[in-house]
Design a protein around this ligand. Structure first.
Ligand SMILES: [Zn+2]
Length: 277
């Protein structure tokens, strides 16, 4: 799961069009009515050939890592406009640009409309999605209990174990609320540790990043310059599973990489510029 760049946005006329679309929902009188109709109203607009959503998708593509990878798993193609705040629970955010990410079906399906908050009334963790067969109820006010990749860095909550398991481990110094939020997001909603193919893909990515950095460092030491090196750098930046690369750099910066992979640690010492990629 990656934090998306904050500096990408559609032009004002597209944001204005979204606001116009939103008025159709806002005009409905009750939460129940809004919740029930928001899916259809969204589908009516989110169609191929709708210029507003063509632009939205273009901007979401620019925010993705690598070859338009899903924000959550970083593995599959992101091809579904996903609402971070589910639209049947938060119909007022159905056409809100800041509520969109590109996700894959494997993540978006199980995530569905799962969401939770820390209720303002008593501070307790509270799942707000309806149970199967039940209608959505208006969520109580409260702080989100799900990490929002549009405004937060998931790596402030977790560290990826790049030595053996390639699982996300919650950081030990989190307060109770952050710990719950991270566990809910990583393990319960998105199942980023449970899915074995994701752990394998992260392990592969580690090998790929290391091989690319090894190749780059050797070529640089051979005197290769300019466009050829630039292409190698762009190759690393476009590689799948950028969280793995972020963590390789973090381990080095924290001084713990040398115990795990001294060879990789030496590569960062030989090519410190890589820490900025
Ligand atoms: Zn995914």
């Amino acid at each position: 799961m990656i934090q998306l760049p904050a500096n990408i946005s559609p032009a004002q006329d597209v944001l204005n069009s979204l606001q116009k679309y939103q008025e159709e929902i806002d005009a409905l009188l009750t939460f129940e009515e809004k919740s029930a109709k928001t899916k259809q109203i969204f589908s009516n607009r989110n169609k191929i050939g709708n210029k507003v959503f063509d632009t939205i998708k273009l901007k979401l593509t620019q925010m993705c890592s690598g070859a338009r990878r899903c924000v959550y798993c970083e593995d599959s193609v992101g091809d579904e406009v996903e609402h971070i705040h589910p639209k049947n629970l938060y119909p007022e955010l159905c056409f809100n640009w800041g509520n969109y990410v590109y996700a894959c079906g494997n993540c978006n399906g199980p995530k569905n409309n799962k969401f939770a908050v820390f209720r303002d009334s008593d501070g307790l963790f509270c799942e707000v999605n309806p149970h199967r067969g039940q209608k959505a109820m208006q969520p109580p006010s409260g702080e989100d209990a799900m990490i929002n990749p549009r405004i937060e860095n998931p790596l402030d909550y977790c560290i990826l174990d790049i030595s053996t398991t390639f699982e996300f481990v919650l950081l030990p110094n989190l307060n109770e609320r952050k710990h719950k939020k991270a566990d809910y997001t990583f393990n319960f909603v998105l199942r980023l540790n449970e899915r074995e193919f994701l752990r394998k893909a992260r392990a592969n990515a580690y090998t790929n990043y290391k091989a690319r950095l090894y190749y780059y460092t050797n070529k640089k030491n051979d005197g290769v310059q300019g466009q050829i090196l630039h292409k190698m750098i762009e190759g690393i930046k476009g590689e799948a599973h950028p969280t793995v690369w972020q963590e390789m750099k973090r381990y080095h910066t924290l001084g713990i990489l040398t115990n795990i992979d001294s060879e990789l640690n030496e590569l960062f010492i030989a090519s410190p510029e890589a820490l900025a990629w």
